[in-house]
Design a protein around this ligand. Sequence first.
Ligand SMILES: [Zn+2]
Ligand SMILES: [Zn+2]
Length: 450
Amino acid sequence: MVKLETIGACREVGRSAFKLTNDDGDQVILDYGLSMKDDAKDNFPGDVEPRRIKAVVCSHAHIDHSGALPYLYISARPNCYMSSATRMFIKYLLEDMLHISGEKLPFEDIELKNLMKATQVVNDYTTAINVPGTKASLKFYDAGHIPGSVMVVVSIDGKNVLYTGDMNAIDTRIQWAAKSGGFPPLDAVIIESTYAKTVHPPRIETEQKFIQVIKEVLDGGGQVLIPAFGVARSQEILSILQQYGLQKKKIVLDGMARGISIDLLKYQGDLRSVYSIDKVTMVKTSRTRFEREKAMETGDIIIAPSGMLKGGTARYYAENFLENPKNGVILVSFQVPGTPGRVLLEEHRYELNPDEESYQTRAPPGAAKGAKVEIPVKARVEHFPFSSHSDGPTLLSFIKGLPFKTNGSEPKVFCIHGDSDNCDHLAEIVTEHVKGVTAVVPKMGDEFTI
Ligand SMILES: [Zn+2]
Ligand SMILES: [Zn+2]
């Protein structure tokens, strides 16, 4: 018998973590991520006992799946299985996270180093890997979400459990779609529900409209800022720009988008299409302000993190671009309510942070400390959410295509990684359209026997 404990990502997008335990007490942990909320209280998944863990799987590098992993490496050194691209991304993201909010975290550089030493890179997705000291095995499948993202089947005590992590079952510019073929007969599926209630427009349509807006801004003599997450989204945007013939324009990559765009080319064999960095202007975060000022003056299209304008070098360009009505600021991911990107989009407002360099110079004389300082928004602001998650109909057809066991026991589908509405909706449509399975929306800390 296998026990599943849902210790994160229950009715929320954040702190993904699941624990499988067999009769011998061996544990396999699937992801150990942080919550995206700002308050530190509930940011971590439920507790585990690191010394009982025989294997950890990291589905992909996003912080909501990987951010708490170093916490498992304070007193123990379990093997952590991931793809090679995930390992590369994690180094960037977790180092950056420790740099920015290290004081608030219960681990330090040393635990991150321990994690990196304990990683077992999986390059071959065609054969199962035996977990040393157990009868459990792991098999990876491409998840189509970001480069290096995987789904995993854990085979333990005769049961096969599929964990999708975050997945996208349609082709995007740089990624192949996740497929529902090739799995062994399944006893349980733990599947994300992020956009279960949404129907995405065809990707090609979004790309064409996005390019149209960029051309209009450039033809009108303006410059374009694309705030984008450094991992995957920046590279997808670069690839789209080049495939629609904009490679002759001066494209600038700044901050983390730059380093990752260079490093990801080492894994280009895994990508659906490859972008070029030959004629792209690269601005290093650590360089002097001069380089960034020059890029801002001469660049046609600037891609810089972060995607929701919460931080990162995009903020430097935004405050300078937004005042010019000829310019365009194009947001390319979901904008979480309350983030500067969402406020810009809905209220056409942009506020400077008191710790930003220009805050002092732009604050009116005699303004109280910490007073609101806003930039007048005159630029064109547009939003094209290039989602890297499947929508509802795609999730349902993926689940319908899965080979569930039919030997009397009723396989279960656990709908996680979504707000309550989306998780409930996925469970409803699975119950209605997929015969012979039980769909469940687990709560934090629930236990199930598989
Ligand atoms: Zn993700
Ligand atoms: Zn996620």
